[in-house]
Write a protein that binds this ligand. Sequence first.
Ligand code: A2H
Length: 258
Amino acid sequence: EGVGPQEYTAIKLEVLEWSQEGSLAASAIPELAGQRIFLVAATLRPETMYGQTNCFVGTGLEYGFFQSKDTNQVYVVSERAARNMAFQGLSPENGRVVKLGSITGQAIIGTKVNAPLSEYKNGVYVLPMENVLATKGTGVVTSVPSDSPDDYAALRDLKKKPEYYGIDAKWVEGFDPIPVLSTEAYGEMSAPVLCDKMKVSSQKDRIQLAEAKEAAYKEGFYSGTMSIGDFKGLPVAVAKQMVRLQLKECGDAFYYAE
Ligand code: A2H
């Protein structure tokens, strides 16, 4: 974060099966009938998408259903992101948002989505994370616990106390970090290693998490080698752009800046 625009890759996670509440909310909006619906997550680490285990939203945040430029495709993102997208040629008409309805983050929890490139081919679940900011990206975060300390800490909290977080234990059971890249300093699981090293005990440990995040990002980018996928064996810094382009070309992602 600094000066200049942030260039995100927006990953399209298609809804495979709504949660109970989500199904009620979506079926009350007639314009959604017959359309494909995607939660759209903004990431700076497209090369890690092989390791997606779940998706995070903020339970207290509000999301909208927005018609996209692609026929019969609807994006679920924050209103703020939809407005930005409309000025980047991603809505049906430049500068104009077409909002079909809204839904709370809470209602989306438990929805099953397809995570492009993920090793979890049958889909992953939408789960709650405390620190999802309404002011960044789309308000949807795709979770890669092998390489993102925030994601690792939040997923570990959910696995420890599913009932406390109001989730079904099945939504996290068997969804474990997958090795995506390796570095000399932290091996194949930089986020778990760094969370231990920095003594992160939960997703509330913001200061330690910020340190862990910085270290994981630098080491991954400058000395990481891909362990999986079409660019296995290549440096992360090189694979990043290749995976990004591949995701865009096959329609599983688009570029989004803010
Ligand atoms: B990253 P920056 Cl593997 N609230 O993607 C909180 N966090 C958000 C967010 C929001 N509204 N929108 C996006 N993010 C996360 C992958 C990843 C990310 C890895 C490692 C580090 C990492 C998988 N999650 O980010 O402030 C998203 O998580 C570390 C910075 O714009 C996005 O990239 O720099 C990143 O934060 C964008 O943060």
